[in-house]
Design a protein around this ligand. Structure first.
Ligand code: AKG
Length: 402
């Protein structure tokens, strides 16, 4: 299977570079390779997707026309080819739950070419195929009454791209999560195969990440993953039941004084799924010197053409195009929680001192593009999570109950 996937990536590269007969042959071979993969693969269609292949096939010409209209020469031919790779790859995803790399790369490139229109169009298409869940009413995150209304939150997300909750994660929970991250071995970015506890006195990497399996052992993390208020917000934002991905938790350190591109300390925008929202919690106090999340408000849409690129960007490139008042640094004491549509430009500011511990959950509109990872959850756990997984299997389709 890995060989087939390598061949597909090669066909994608050559197919995009070449034109005429060679490009056509690459597309034919790509389709053949997907058929072969389908025959060899035992995986099932994604749980989340009641979409029929026929519906997508009918919708595609309209999508294709709308996207093509957003691009000018000389990019038209490339976009036409990208749309083909996306089309066949998306059909394959609907059949198997697996995203072929060329389909994922096409989505990213089409996002840049169309200034995100591909995601908006797909979202509108999805709306007609999914009914929202009637989640039980919830007063706030972890059922703590917050007085914040979901329409108000969603409105801020649609206009500014981010929303800082008035509510803070209770100190006692922050303390437990902080202690857990101190005593659990993490993977330093500098040597990902090593597992070591984070030592604030002698950091060896700019970033240390905790593993899914370790995080799932933590009762507070399981509570956050089961949170109905967050599910209700993300459903209202995504216009369909979300798919919970992650969780993610990491330490950032001043190991290097220069921004680290891999640790997301340079501006970029995310396009790991078609539509998604990220929930963040600071588990240390965060000020200007220890890694505030920086966010360019309103930059989810209408990106300047020169910045619609699949690479990290220097601060000056952002500052040239956006007003200072729109470039926000999110400082906050421990327990600060926020949601961000990270299709906008954002980064974690590189640290000059101290450290930052942050927790994140990603809510996506499907598993399209997601790494094929299953987070294992023990069904005997005294926790709400196993019952949530049973009740909403599609939302938690990247979790396996054992
Ligand atoms: O560390 C940060 O604040 C940036 C994180 C980030 O880029 C992301 O989660 O997409």
């Amino acid at each position: 299977m890995a060989i087939l996937q390598r061949i597909e990536s090669k066909l994608f590269r050559v197919g995009l570079q070449q034109s005429g007969f060679i490009a056509w042959i690459c597309m034919v071979l790509f389709r053949l390779s997907l058929v072969l993969e389908l025959l060899l693969q035992k995986s099932k269609p994604p749980l989340q997707n009641p979409l029929e292949r026929e519906d997508f096939k009918k919708f595609f010409p309209e999508l294709s026309e709308k996207i093509s209209k957003t691009v000018e020469e000389p990019s038209r031919l490339e976009v036409k080819k990208l749309l083909q790779f996306f089309y066949y790859g998306y059909l394959h995803y609907l059949a198997t739950g697996h995203t072929p790399k060329p389909a994922f790369l096409s989505m990213r490139a089409l996002f840049c070419h169309s200034d995100g229109k591909i995601c908006q169009e797909m979202q509108e298409f999805f709306v007609s195929h999914y009914s929202p869940h009637n989640f039980p009413p919830s007063a706030g995150i972890l059922e703590i009454p917050s007085g914040e209304s979901i329409p108000e939150i969603v409105n801020a997300l649609k206009t500014q791209g981010y929303y800082i909750f008035k509510q803070k994660l209770p100190e006692v929970i922050c303390e437990k999560l902080h202690a857990f991250a101190m005593e659990t071995e993490c993977n330093p970015q500098s040597s990902p195969n090593q597992r070591t506890k984070y030592n604030p006195l002698a950091p060896i990497s700019v970033k240390y990440s905790l593993s899914y399996e370790d995080m799932l052992r933590n009762a507070e993390i399981r509570r956050l993953l089961s949170d109905v208020f967050l599910l209700s917000i993300t459903q209202s934002f995504l216009l369909r039941p979300p798919c919970v991905l992650g969780p993610v938790m990491w330490w950032s350190t001043p190991y290097s004084k220069e921004p680290d591109a891999v640790a997301a300390q340079l501006y970029h925008f995310d396009f790991d799924s078609l539509n998604f929202l990220k929930f963040f919690v600071y588990l240390t106090d965060v000020g200007p010197d220890n890694g505030p999340h920086c966010f360019v408000q309103g930059s989810m849409v209408n990106k300047p053409k020169s910045l619609r690129v699949d690479r990290r960007l220097q601060d000056e490139e952002i500052e040239k195009h956006y007003d200072k008042k729109d470039i926000v640094e999110i400082d906050g004491s421990r327990g600060t929680m926020f949601l961000a549509d990270t299709r906008a430009f954002h980064k974690g500011k590189n640290l000059q001192s101290g450290d930052r511990l942050i927790f994140q959950i990603v809510y996506a509109d499907s598993l399209f593009g997601a790494e094929p990872h299953q987070t294992v959850v023990d069904s005997r756990l005294n926790s709400k999570l196993p019952s949530m997984i049973k009740q909403y299997p599609a939302i938690y389709s990247s979790f396996t109950l054992i």
